[in-house]
Design a binder for this molecule. Structure first.
Ligand SMILES: *[C@@H]1O[C@H](CO)[C@@H](O)[C@H](O)[C@H]1NC(C)=O
Ligand SMILES: *[C@@H]1O[C@H](CO)[C@@H](O)[C@H](O)[C@H]1NC(C)=O
Ligand SMILES: *[C@@H]1O[C@H](CO)[C@@H](O)[C@H](O)[C@H]1NC(C)=O
Ligand SMILES: *[C@@H]1O[C@H](CO)[C@@H](O)[C@H](O)[C@H]1NC(C)=O
Ligand SMILES: *[C@@H]1O[C@H](CO)[C@@H](O)[C@H](O)[C@H]1NC(C)=O
Ligand SMILES: *[C@@H]1O[C@H](CO)[C@@H](O)[C@H](O)[C@H]1NC(C)=O
Ligand SMILES: *[C@@H]1O[C@H](CO)[C@@H](O)[C@H](O)[C@H]1NC(C)=O
Ligand SMILES: *[C@@H]1O[C@H](CO)[C@@H](O)[C@H](O)[C@H]1NC(C)=O
Length: 485
């Protein structure tokens, strides 16, 4: 009895100390280890604009161009954009429309049930300097209209990457025109996708022009399932896409969203689909993604969601995704948006840190096992280690902020210097929101409300490296540090 109790205490004490003195020592391989990613795209961090709101983002929201250009400078390549979403499947091309879009809504916070778009919509897309993926309608089953729009897109958008034919067809229903009264199944969708790919690509006289799949999540409708049905139409496909929102509505949980091990396991659900795309030699993209559907019960605008973006981007590219397109919805009614007309969104800071981390990177490798709250990544440029990204995903909302020390071993610095530099992503607390006065900084700097202009002096930390090639980096709960070797 007595000794059992002692053992109980001993076990509890060991567990407790194991947690606090958890060994975070990582040997840093100078060239990519066997579990490193494949070759990375030069622009992994992308933006998705809800179809009907695209022209307003570009023309009526001053922060848009500056936010995109900040990311371009950080990443080294212009941000790829995708224009699409639910309203792409409600949109009809009108070659005589003088405005970019036309619709009416009861309230400015609503998305339209139906809209038209005209040639100037394509002109706005054509003036963007990064690659453009454009989502067109399939749900309304008006293939001649979709082909008419596709022809204009191909002729005016010089950076056109691909065209989508329908958005999230797993939500199509039998009363949608495309279903013609029959129940809409994964098999019906796959045969419809394959047939539309052929019709549209043939009309354009182009191969490798369609972004296929465009499913919400992975389930019975999946890229793996579609790949198996592609046959000869595969030649018309440029890329495959799925959408990912890890959290939803009122059950959304910020602790889980930002948890490193949850991010690792959440992303791993897409592995079979990424491999299926790659079996056809096609890239897989998270073509529309964000933290939580239906606003996520308030977690979407927070700094914790910025940390999620940072870690999620790294895990997605390690698994083999080419790019991630973070969705920007209705202007003025969008919890996860990175910027708006009046205030910044905290999540933008995570995207900026991800862009800095992957600037010019050829490959990235996980140094940790993916099963603890603490992430370490080695980032390679031209296959030589050049940066280390550290992430402490412990939740922090109030009181004393805990922290961990990461020991990095096996570093070789140039003989003239035993100091390397680092920049930090931090915020008041995981729940901090910029629109509620919360402070988030990256390298000590902020982005101005309304303009997205970088404010303040850049803060670069010095990190000493011992003669043994080891260094210790402190990372607070809900913080990330990027070390430049
Ligand atoms: C953003 O604000 C500007 C200036 O107040 C205004 O002209 C513009 O219409 C607004 N944009 C949107 C999408 O509300
Ligand atoms: C714009 O849409 C409204 C209905 O939403 C319609 O009444 C109007 O005729 C349309 N304008 C043009 C130029 O198509
Ligand atoms: C739609 O369904 C009707 C009646 O079931 C059928 O006659 C018609 O051929 C179908 N149209 C298409 C395009 O499949
Ligand atoms: C979120 O999940 C964590 C466990 O992962 C739990 O401790 C916490 O209570 C949850 N928070 C809310 C608001 O449900
Ligand atoms: C990757 O490999 C390193 C050894 O280079 C190992 O320590 C780490 O746990 C591995 N991580 C994963 C997620 O495979
Ligand atoms: C990468 O390294 C190789 C061999 O050292 C060199 O020839 C090449 O120019 C480098 N490429 C870049 C982009 O730095
Ligand atoms: C991290 O290292 C610093 C400097 O050695 C030390 O003061 C601090 O207590 C350490 N923190 C933890 C959580 O071990
Ligand atoms: C941004 O705007 C919000 C809402 O008006 C305000 O609370 C916050 O202090 C502003 N942040 C900065 C850095 O100006």
């Amino acid at each position: 009895m007595h000794s059992n109790q002692s053992i109980g205490f001993l076990v509890a004490a060991l567990l407790f100390s194991a947690r606090t003195i958890y060994s975070l020592t990582f040997a840093v391989p100078s060239s990519p280890p066997s579990n490193a990613s494949g070759t990375l795209d030069s622009a992994p961090v992308g933006v998705s604009f809800e179809f009907f709101a695209f022209s307003a983002y570009m023309q009526d929201v001053a922060a848009t161009n500056v936010c995109l250009s900040n990311l371009k400078k950080a990443m080294g390549t212009a941000v790829p954009i995708r224009i699409g979403g639910t309203t792409q499947d409600r949109a009809t091309y009108d070659p005589s429309l003088s405005t970019a879009v036309n619709y009416s809504v009861a309230s400015s916070t609503d998305a339209p049930d139906s809209l038209t778009f005209g040639p100037s919509f394509m002109q706005i897309a054509s003036s963007y300097d990064g690659s453009v993926t454009l989502g067109l309608d399939r749900r309304l089953n008006s293939i001649s209209n979709t082909i008419a729009a596709a022809k204009v897109a191909v002729s005016v958008i010089p950076n056109l990457y691909a065209l989508e034919l329908g958005n999230e067809p797993n939500f199509f229903v039998s009363s949608d025109p495309i279903a013609n009264g029959s129940s809409w199944t994964a098999a019906a969708d796959a045969s419809s996708q394959v047939s539309w790919q052929e019709s549209v690509a043939t009309a354009l006289d182009k191969e490798s022009i369609i972004q296929a799949g465009v499913f919400f999540g992975t389930g019975s409708f999946s890229v793996e399932e579609l790949v198996a049905k592609e046959g000869a139409s595969a030649s018309y496909v440029r890329s495959f896409s799925e959408h990912y929102y890890p959290q939803s509505g009122s059950t959304a949980n910020l602790t889980d969203l930002m948890s490193h091990s949850s991010i690792v396991s959440g992303v791993s659900a897409f592995e079979d689909d990424i491999n299926a795309a790659s079996s056809l030699d096609k890239p897989f993209v998270f073509g529309e993604t964000n933290s939580a559907t239906q606003g996520g019960g308030g977690i979407s605008p927070t700094y914790g969601a910025a940390l999620w973006i940072l870690d999620y981007v790294m895990q997605a590219v390690i698994l083999g995704a080419k790019q991630l397109f973070f969705h920007q919805g209705t202007i003025g009614n969008c919890q996860y948006c990175w910027w708006g007309n009046y205030t910044m969104g905290a999540p933008y800071y995570g995207a900026y840190m991800a862009a800095l981390s992957l600037n010019g990177a050829s490959r990235i490798a996980p140094l940790d096992s993916g099963t603890t709250p603490y992430a370490a990544y080695a980032i390679y440029q031209n296959d030589t280690v050049s940066r280390i990204l550290l992430y402490n995903s412990d939740y922090y909302s109030s009181g004393t902020r805990s922290g961990v020390n990461f020991t990095l071993a096996g570093l070789s610095t140039s003989s003239s210097s035993s100091t390397v530099t680092a920049v930090r992503l931090t915020g008041d607390k995981a729940t901090a929101r910029i629109d509620q006065g919360g402070i988030v900084t990256v390298a000590g700097q902020t982005f101005e409300n309304g303009t997205c202009t970088i404010q303040g002096h850049k803060v670069v930390e010095d990190v000493d490296v011992g003669e043994n090639g080891e260094t210790v980096v402190s990372v607070g709960a809900a913080e990330a540090v990027l070390v430049y070797l």
